[in-house]
Design a protein around this ligand. Sequence first.
Ligand SMILES: [Zn+2]
Ligand SMILES: [Zn+2]
Length: 266
Amino acid sequence: MEVNKDRQSSTEENVPPSWGITIGGYCRHCQKDHRLEAGPARQACLDLMTNLRVHQRIDFQVPPHQSNPLCRTDYLFGEARGKMFGALVGRDELGREKIFYAFSGQYNGLWSVADWVEPVFDPAAFVNVTEDGEREVKRLTREIRRLSPQSDRRKELVQKRRRLSRQLMQQIHGLYRVTNFRGAGELLTDIFNGENGPPTGTGDCCAPKLLQHAALHKIVPVGLAEFYWGKENASRSRQHGFFYPSCATKCEPILGFFLCGLESDV
Ligand SMILES: [Zn+2]
Ligand SMILES: [Zn+2]
């Protein structure tokens, strides 16, 4: 897929002039909002945009001959469309500046790419759970298709498949054990602020990935920013090269937990 050069060249100009994007949400533990501003992470994101534009791949830290073809950025300008990228700038225990980068969800089927923060769960465990479960669901689907719509056996298998799908979802939720700056480890389903459970993909955005990575490595964040890179999303609410606050449906209900325990809040 050909990369659209016009859209790629309009990056820095797209930064909104009134810069004041923060991320955050309500924390049940402290019964108040925790927020984190973009601060120096804005510049870290602009640097990342430059690297993406120059190298046209996300594994730009490795020499071209070692690059994984799945890491090319033209993937973001095709049917899959673009995705969010994020940067966190923080300080370690000795006060040294640390910068971490994340992409939301999977990149072209990859959960892990060197030099990018890992998902909030163990990717190997995720693959184990989903591969076995999905294989069984597919097997049942094939069997169901062969049976007559009225047969009892078919109804039985449809039920079985439904149970299995629900079980699979619970197993996946069980992998999302998240950590914050108080050192509290909890299931994502337990910390989600909302009447219904967390929507699919909750915890896979850049902000939770970056904050959990910082918490686990004793890095105190001073800024976090996220931007969109690639072909605009279907609803056109995400445009190439623009910064965005954390999303309302998946991140807002969990970021209060993730930001809890930061020194600035004490
Ligand atoms: Zn989000
Ligand atoms: Zn709190």
